[in-house]
Write a protein that binds this ligand. Structure first.
Ligand code: SAM
Ligand code: SF4
Ligand code: SF4
Length: 357
């Protein structure tokens, strides 16, 4: 492990490496803290109820501010940008932002990979304009094929059929390959693992099973509710034989498996049982412009204040490089110890809906 190093503003527009030798490569931007779902593991109604105060419009980063930050991140090595939230499609005019971000180029002149994670509720009506704006791919969250289970998870009575329709529309429009994210929570939707696998087998979509995580402070997470990816794989393998596939690139968060009969592929994201902090190259920018170097951070760095204070691009670039160079995060590799440390200090982790998944 190398030690934290100061960053020279003159040379800061170049790839940056943190204290654990991880290069900055991915940027996740939360474009809104609002959502029309109340998924029980993310925005439970008891916390995000009618009285909950969301951010005011002028608190949100503008599209120009987001693009400015993204451009600087790209100069520092970011090659992939994901728009998330809250529900990103609730942000008005999102297509304009997509257009601004897809116009960015790496220092070598290559295009940036711009993708979006959505609950699918508004995707059918927006897929065409997003594609026209330059969006390459979408990831759609879907936790069950069974209406009762899905409605219990989203807690707003949203039916499965509308999400499946949105996936079809997005596919036809060319926003693929589409990834489908299923967060597996024991006792809530784990009975639907094999049915989901069966449904998306033989399609071009890639279903990914995500271990339920202890993000934020409102979902009352318990280890007993996590279904380890190894169990997901063995449950599917018992009915639909699988074999492992080599990763697309080093540090890919999802482990890939394919059906032995050649009818498609699935992924498992084992954030809890097989932490991948050693290869974590992601930085996150919250809705109001705080930079977080970890999904489980308790504090962010206020880049909006720096920008609205009138800083130059060079100053902003140096600030970002410095924050990454000082990064030590590896929460998931020491989850239990860290969870009790946080309880003892009274600090709370940032909510997923605010920082983006
Ligand atoms: N609203 C969009 C959606 O649901 O796709 C984007 C934001 S959501 C926070 C991003 C991803 O985080 C979703 O796939 C969601 O299922 C996942 N997620 C939310 N809370 C989670 C948790 N506690 N553990 C694991 N994944 C979670
Ligand atoms: Fe909304 Fe996505 Fe969180 Fe569900 S997971 S509450 S859709 S932000
Ligand atoms: Fe990255 Fe933090 Fe998750 Fe580890 S816990 S993989 S450092 S976001």
């Amino acid at each position: 492990m190398s030690s934290s190093r100061p960053v020279d503003p003159q040379t800061s527009a170049s790839p940056v490496v943190d204290t654990r030798d991880r290069q900055l490569r991915d940027l996740r931007i939360s474009v809104t803290d609002r959502c029309n779902f109340r998924c029980v593991y993310c925005m439970p109604k008891e916390v995000f109820g009618k009285d909950f105060t969301f951010m005011e419009r002028d608190e949100l980063l503008t599209f120009e501010e987001i693009t400015r930050l993204a451009g600087i991140a790209v100069a520092h090595g970011v090659e992939k940008i994901r728009l998330t939230g809250g529900e990103p499609l609730l942000r008005k005019g999102l297509e304009d932002l997509v257009g601004m971000l897809t116009a960015l180029r790496t220092p070598a002149g290559a295009q940036i990979d711009v993708a979006l994670t959505t609950n699918g509720s508004a995707l059918a009506s927006k897929a065409a304009s997003l594609k026209d704006a330059g969006l390459q791919r979408v990831t759609v969250s879907l936790d069950s094929l069974d209406d009762a289970t899905f409605k219990a998870a989203n807690d707003v009575d949203f039916p499965v059929s509308k999400v499946l329709h949105a996936i079809d529309v997005a596919h036809q429009i060319g926003l693929g390959p589409i990834k489908i994210n299923m967060v597996v929570k024991r006792g809530q939707n784990d009975h639907d693992i094999v049915a989901m696998a069966r449904h998306f087998k033989d399609t071009p979509h890639i279903l990914r099973f995500i271990e339920y995580m202890d993000v934020g402070a409102s979902n009352d997470w318990k280890m007993a509710e996590v279904v380890p990816s190894s169990e997901v794989i063995s449950r599917i393998h018992a009915e639909l034989p699988l074999e492992p596939v080599t990763a697309n690139y080093p540090g890919e968060t999802s482990s890939r498996w394919r059906y032995q009969d050649g009818t498609g592929e699935i992924g498992v994201i084992s954030s809890v049982t097989q932490a991948f902090c050693h290869s974590c190259t992601r930085v996150r920018v919250s809705t109001e412009g705080k930079l977080y170097t970890c999904l489980f951070a308790t504090e962010g760095h206020d880049l909006r204040a720096i920008m609205r204070g009138g800083c130059s691009d060079q100053q902003l670039s140096a600030a970002m490089a410095q924050l990454w160079a000082e990064r030590t995060d590896n929460y998931s590799q020491r989850r239990s110890a860290r969870t009790s440390e946080l309880r003892a200090t009274g600090k709370t982790k940032i909510e997923m809906s605010y920082i983006g998944g």
